[in-house]
Design a protein around this ligand. Structure first.
Ligand SMILES: [Cu+2]
Length: 295
């Protein structure tokens, strides 16, 4: 016997115990999902105060989004199973369903409120990590196919030029204001340990702030496809103690002059060390500061 096209199948309505079971399963799955979300090592080591704030933001996002993902997935999977087509129902239509204003208001308003709250939270985090700190050290970052160059405008050599290096040395617990430039194409200055990155754009100065808070050596990576040597555009950040930083400055020609002189360093500025690119590798200058940088 052939059923009339357009008639509907008759299924028992969803029972309350069934709903309770699905909700209970969803809650358990959400708890497991959040647990897994915290177990997964998402991030490399954090080496700046800003990194901790940003990591917290990500964990909040995990706590908020995992239950929603689990809820939606549970409802979809349950519905697909519960109301699947049975043999003999090939020509049946589902029951006619019209809009449910109450449901639609709820599933529009709740996500909108949730997303608005997360946007405000993220905007506050973004603002806070960029606030100017006292006793900042300014570092000039220049991207060029295919390497990074770091200048220390507060620390001059005997010729009065800023110290320049191809690896980045920073003292621990001292806020840094990065001023980022490019001399050719767009690069992106990314320090995973800081959780921060910013484009280096020809013609303008960009930047961000970070306060290193963990001794060690960490990668610096260009994340903008900037030419055939892009993949080699990497260098290393060394976060060292203040004393090691002053030693490093001395090795690289710091004359004791500049806007941000330090009291530790005196008289070690070797006038024979040229400024500029070569300042990174002065003769006999083994980078003792890196020893401080071991993790
Ligand atoms: Cu690049």
């Amino acid at each position: 016997m052939e059923e009339t096209r357009g008639s509907t199948s008759h299924r028992p309505p969803v029972s309350r115990p069934m709903v309770v079971r699905v909700v209970a399963l969803g809650v358990v799955a959400a708890a497991i999902g959040i647990g897994l979300g915290f177990l997964i090592p998402w991030f490399p080591p954090a080496a700046a105060t800003q990194a901790h704030t940003i990591d917290t933001l990500y964990y909040v996002l995990i706590i908020v989004t995992v239950p929603i993902f689990v809820l939606v997935t549970s409802v979809v999977l349950f519905s697909a199973y519960q109301w699947r087509m049975r043999p003999g129902e090939e020509r049946l239509d589902g029951p006619p369903i019209h809009g449910n204003t109450q449901l639609e208001v709820i599933w529009t308003a709740l996500p909108a409120a949730l997303i608005a709250a997360l946007v405000v939270y993220a905007a506050i985090v973004l603002h806070n990590i960029g606030v100017k700190q006292p006793n900042e050290i300014t570092i000039g970052v220049t991207g060029q196919q295919w390497e990074w160059r770091f200048s220390y405008p507060g620390y001059h050599d005997a010729q009065g030029k800023p110290i320049v290096a191809l690896q980045l040395y920073l003292p621990d617990n001292r806020p840094v204001n990065f001023r980022i430039h490019s001399v050719d194409v767009i690069h992106t200055f990314w320090v995973p340990a800081f959780r921060l990155q910013e484009d280096a754009v020809p013609g303008i100065t960009t930047g961000f702030r970070a306060t290193p808070d963990r001794l060690g050596s960490y990668p610096i990576i260009c994340t903008q496809l900037c030419g055939y040597g892009h993949s080699t555009m990497r260098t290393t950040l060394h976060i060292v103690t203040a004393a090691a930083f002053n030693t490093w400055l001395a090795e690289h020609g710091y004359s004791g002059s500049g806007a941000q002189t330090t009291s530790v360093h005196t008289g070690a500025g070797s006038a024979s060390v040229p400024s500029g690119w070569t300042a990174y590798a002065p003769t006999g200058g083994t980078h003792t500061a890196t020893k401080e940088g071991s993790q």
